[in-house]
Design a protein around this ligand. Structure first.
Ligand SMILES: [Mn+2]
Length: 268
């Protein structure tokens, strides 16, 4: 079956609808996460993605995890958040139930899909194994009481246990753009590599990364721009701030599709 991965939507429903008009109606859809927040129509976008049923799968991005934590009463809404309408919706409980059963990583048609990044020390199997740990937590009865404990600037270390380990995995998979020279995650830089001091290394360029031979599709980094780095397929092309919404056909010959988006919000 033809499968398209779709980049970060951030509630920009008109752009999603325009993009979908270019995708065959029987194609499978894999959303890369951050379908909600910051943009204008989070509620309608999430309902749209849910309405595809088995035709679509959706990774959890940092904004979905934030939404789950606000729902659980463990985090406050921030400036720029536009998810109140989801929290106020009559079907909010159903939306959160759906979200907490979504994956943190997928491997389809020989592409690894993550919202933001893989750790340079992780193989493909490690990445999927660690993603499953976080999914297991979200699907457990403890998620609501304990989701507040998975936020914070925890670096990855193999010896971590419990919530610290989950926190590091979530940071790698949903928040990372640059690494420091020692391989630790940077949590501040948000611009493109050309606008960022050279000591910060894009995660996919880190020497010795174990997934170097795996094709990786990811979103999250709207300012990245195009890259010719081997096996790297970025899909967040900044539809929120007047860039594009982009899809990538994963099987047959890889092919990008994109639609120009109106400006909703300036990046940061
Ligand atoms: Mn993101």
């Amino acid at each position: 079956m033809t499968t398209f991965a779709i980049g970060d939507i951030h509630g920009c429903l008109p752009s999603l609808e325009e993009l979908l008009r270019q995708i065959p109606t029987d194609a499978k859809l894999l959303f890369i996460g951050d379908i909600v927040n910051r943009g204008p129509q989070s509620l309608a976008t999430i309902r749209k993605v849910m309405s595809f049923g088995k035709r679509a799968e959706c990774l959890l991005g940092n904004h979905e995890i934030h939404l789950m934590a606000v729902y659980a009463g463990k985090r406050a809404l921030g400036k720029g958040d536009t998810i109140q309408e989801v929290l106020d919706a009559p079907d909010c409980d159903e939306i959160i139930e759906w979200l907490r059963h979504r994956p943190m990583a997928l491997f389809k048609h020989n592409y690894l899909m993550v919202h933001a990044a893989c750790d340079w020390r992780w193989s493909l199997d490690d990445t999927l194994k660690y993603a499953r740990k976080v999914e297991k937590f979200f699907r457990s009865d403890k998620w609501r009481d304990e989701i507040g404990e998975i936020f914070g600037r925890q670096q990855w270390d193999k010896s971590l246990k419990g919530k610290k380990k989950l926190r590091a995995i979530v940071n790698v998979l949903t928040r990372t753009r640059f690494l420091n020279p020692d391989g630790s995650m940077d949590f501040k830089q948000k611009w493109s590599p050309s606008e960022t001091p050279k000591e910060y290394i894009p995660w996919f360029e880190y020497p010795g990364r174990k997934t170097a031979d795996t094709k990786i599709v990811f979103g999250h980094w709207s300012t990245l721009g195009s890259t010719s780095w081997p096996n790297i397929f970025p899909l967040d092309t900044g539809c929120l701030w007047g860039g594009k919404l982009t899809a990538l056909r994963l099987n047959k010959h890889p092919m990008y599709l994109s639609v120009k988006a109106p400006l909703y919000v300036k990046p940061w």
